[in-house]
Write a new protein. Structure first.
Length: 207
């Protein structure tokens, strides 16, 4: 009988899948908790943050990100300077469904795309609700940020409870790349206006 052994460090022994030497492990690095915060920033070498060639892939998880107003959750990347302004090209789409079952859809979301832009990248569609019980959760993957050869790809999935015109669920998917061969050494999250009222963001490295 094949046995698959799992633990919180990932798959260590997977005999059911045949001969697999290693599927990697997920290592917790840093957690930032918002409290009416204008930004949440992860900077390599600062306050225990690792964002270098220690790992080829980094994952940021978002847990109940709550906005102080109805705005868009965003991210940007630092490529060696002090500003979060890496040049990016990206595309995104969304699915949505209202609680009343009165509307739903799936399609390209222009609000999430950039074309050689230094602007902040939208992770969630604009108007993440500021209602007391509303929030957004999801993740962002950043691949090989310390490379000085290749561009830096990123992928995110963010779902939030929207209550402005019609309460419902909005499911956002976005992907792109920082068009630079300079290492990315910092990642910053914010809303396009107002504060991150509550919630936490955790950073993990994937071996």
């Amino acid at each position: 009988m094949s046995i698959v052994k799992l633990n919180n460090q990932g798959v260590k022994n997977a005999t059911a899948f045949g001969s697999i030497s290693s599927l990697g492990s997920m290592t917790f690095i840093k957690k930032l908790t918002a409290s009416a915060s204008a930004t949440l920033s992860f900077v390599d070498g600062t306050d225990g943050v690792v964002l270098d060639d220690t790992y080829k892939e980094y994952v940021f998880t978002f847990n109940n990100i709550h906005s102080s107003s109805e705005n868009s959750f965003q991210v940007n990347f630092r490529d060696g300077g002090s500003a979060y302004d890496a040049v990016k090209t990206s595309a995104g789409y969304r699915a949505y469904h209202f609680e009343s079952d009165s509307g739903s859809g799936l399609g390209y979301e222009a609000a999430l795309d950039l074309a050689q832009s230094t602007a902040f990248q939208g992770v969630g569609q604009p108007q993440s609700s500021a209602d007391n019980d509303s929030s957004g959760s999801g993740f962002l993957h950043l691949f090989n940020p310390s490379s000085t050869v290749f561009v830096k790809h990123y992928i995110s999935h963010y779902v939030h409870h929207y209550t402005n015109a019609a309460p419902g669920e909005i499911d956002n998917y976005m992907a792109g790349y920082c068009n630079t061969t300079t290492a990315i050494d910092g990642v910053q999250f914010k809303f396009d206006s107002g504060n991150i009222d509550a919630g936490d963001i955790c950073l993990y490295g994937i071996a």
